[in-house]
Design a protein around this ligand. Structure first.
Ligand SMILES: [Fe+2]
Length: 189
C-alpha cells in the first residue's frame, strides 16, 4: 500500500496532532526495520505502521476491535488495503484487546515498537534539547527500568515484543532510537 494512500485513509479517522505524530513515528520506525532486514516492501510496513491506531481517536474503548470494521469497510475505497495490513493493525492489540497473536515479522515489529516509541518520545521530552538527536540508548534503558516514568507505556508489551523478535531490550531500544533519529525533525522530536 502506498504511504500516500495510507495517509488519506488515516486522515479520515484521526485529526489530533498527538496521535498523528505518534502514527508517523511508528510508520518511520516500521520502514526503518523493514529496510534494515532487507524486506521487499518497506512502504507496506510504513503504511501498516501509520494505520495501526486508526480507531483510537474515535473509539478509544474499542481499540483494535473497531479497527477491523473500519478497515474492512474501507477496502472498497482503498483496494491496496490487504488482509495482511488489517491483521497487522489488529495484532498490536494482542492480549490487551484481542487474541490475535503477532505472527509475521511485520506484526512482531509493530507490536514491539509501538509502546517503545512512546517511551522514547517521553524520554526525549524531559531532556534540555527535547530531542532524540543527542540521546543515547542507555538513557532510554534507564527510563525503561523506571516504572514510574511514562507509566502508561506498557513495559510488558515491549518486553514480550522483544522476545518475539529474539532481541534483547537494549538492542530493540537501540534500533528504534536510531530509526527515530533519522527523521527527528519531521517527528518533532
Ligand atoms: Fe500506537
Amino acid at each position: 500500500m502506498k504511504f500516500e494512500n495510507a495517509a488519506k485513509l488515516l486522515n479520515k479517522y484521526v485529526k489530533g496532532e498527538t496521535l498523528l505524530r505518534h502514527s508517523l513515528t511508528v510508520a518511520v520506525v516500521m520502514e526503518y526495520f523493514a529496510k534494515e532486514s532487507g524486506e521487499k516492501n518497506p512502504e507496506l510496513w510504513k503504511s501498516a505502521g501509520y494505520l495501526h491506531d486508526i480507531d483510537f481517536e474515535l473509539y478509544p474503548n474499542q481499540h483494535c476491535i473497531k479497527a477491523k470494521e473500519i478497515l474492512e469497510n474501507e477496502k472498497e475505497n482503498f483496494p491496496e488495503l490487504t488482509d495482511e495490513i488489517i491483521r497487522a493493525v489488529l495484532s498490536h492489540g494482542y492480549k490487551i484487546a484481542n487474541d490475535i497473536e503477532p505472527l509475521s515479522q511485520m506484526e512482531k515489529v509493530l507490536y514491539a515498537i509501538d509502546e517503545l516509541t512512546g517511551l522514547i518520545f517521553a524520554a526525549a521530552m524531559v531532556r534540555p534539547s527535547k530531542s532524540v538527536a543527542d540521546m543515547e540508548t542507555k538513557s532510554v534503558l534507564k527510563k525503561f527500568k523506571t516504572p514510574a516514568f511514562a507509566a502508561n507505556c506498557n513495559r510488558e508489551v515491549i518486553s514480550n515484543g522483544a522476545a518475539m523478535l529474539g532481541m534483547d531490550i537494549k538492542s530493540l531500544i537501540e534500533k528504534t532510537l536510531a530509526a527515530m533519529k533519522t527523521q527527528s525533525k519531521a517527528l518533532g522530536v
